[in-house]
Design a protein around this ligand. Structure first.
Ligand code: NAD
Length: 261
């Protein structure tokens, strides 16, 4: 028996990274998953691999209200109901606050923050209609502390915790629990130096990343996307039946304190 048998969960940003691992784990635990993303080829390929009847890919730019409505329609047509949502899609931009163009700041807010808001607003009534369920929002360790050069991103992640707490209070009576995951540094395309700087030597970059996190993180390494997926599974399953409105940090101990070793 799987922990998510009978459940139907929409996962945004599911074509790669943490969202992909959440889709794989949720499907392995018996859920049917609706994969939303803007990377259509990767999303379609993942849905095909997980299998018809288990996964359905839908193009979903989370920043667009009409695309949410369409995605919910597809999910209900294919699987009959929706009783879970993982708001995972997100983008990261590095910039000093004083040099951040307004368009860049607004773009990050539109995807990370407005996207999560639209997800909650569109999907919560469907979850209620299905008899209750769960919403997991993806914040970050930068929801709980500052980090230079990610001002727009950190602002959205702080906001996601506010949304999580308010949604948990408003939706508890409708049988919906709402929590947030706060990952530390996780090894995905978002943090991959080869993506951030295509001119960097991949081997040198990998060694530099390993050395950095060995010093910074008490557990001595960058996180794996599967480790975030395991937390999202806990918060989506009945194992967390008495938990709502909370942020959960998965960061190898990074936020535990200042490292001097
Ligand atoms: P990633 O870049 O590998 O994956 C993000 C996914 O979101 C991609 O598939 C991307 O196409 C999708 N996406 C981007 N904009 C979208 C949009 N407008 N609509 C729909 N999908 C969109 O990164 P990841 O590390 O897997 O990030 C997943 C989540 O975890 C994000 O919210 C990110 O902010 C958060 N996070 C990541 C880390 C980390 O270190 N990797 C740390 C803390 C929090």
């Amino acid at each position: 028996m799987g922990k998510l048998d009978g459940r139907v969960v929409i996962i945004t940003g599911a074509a790669r990274g943490q969202g992909e691992q959440e889709a794989r784990l949720f499907a392995a635990e018996g859920a049917r998953v609706v994969l939303g993303d803007v990377l259509d080829d990767q999303g379609e390929a993942l849905a095909k691999e997980l299998g018809e009847g288990v996964a359905k890919y839908v193009h979903l730019d989370v920043s667009q209200e009409d695309e949410w409505a369409r995605a919910v329609g597809v999910a209900k047509d294919v699987f009959g109901k929706i009783d879970g949502l993982v708001n995972n899609a997100g983008i990261l931009r590095f910039n000093e606050l004083v040099n951040t163009p307004l368009e860049e700041f607004q773009q990050v807010i539109q995807v990370n923050q407005v996207g999560a808001f639209l997800g909650i607003r569109t999907v919560a009534p469907e979850i209620e209609a299905a008899g209750g369920g769960t919403i997991v929002n993806t914040a970050s360790y930068t929801a709980l502390t500052g980090m230079a050069y990610v001002g727009a991103y950190a602002a959205t992640k702080h906001a996601i915790l506010g949304l999580t707490r308010v949604a948990a209070m408003e939706l508890a009576g409708k049988g919906i629990r709402v929590n947030a995951v706060c990952p530390g540094a996780v090894d995905t395309p978002m943090t991959n130096p080869a993506v951030l700087d295509p001119t960097a030597d991949p081997e040198e970059s990998a060694a530099a990343v390993a050395e950095l996190y060995k010093k910074l993180v008490p557990l001595g390494r960058i996180g794996r996307p599967q480790e975030v997926a395991a937390l999202a599974l806990f918060l989506t399953s009945e194992d967390s039946s008495y938990i709502t409105g909370q942020p959960f940090v998965v960061d190898g101990g990074w936020l535990a304190g200042v490292s001097i070793v």
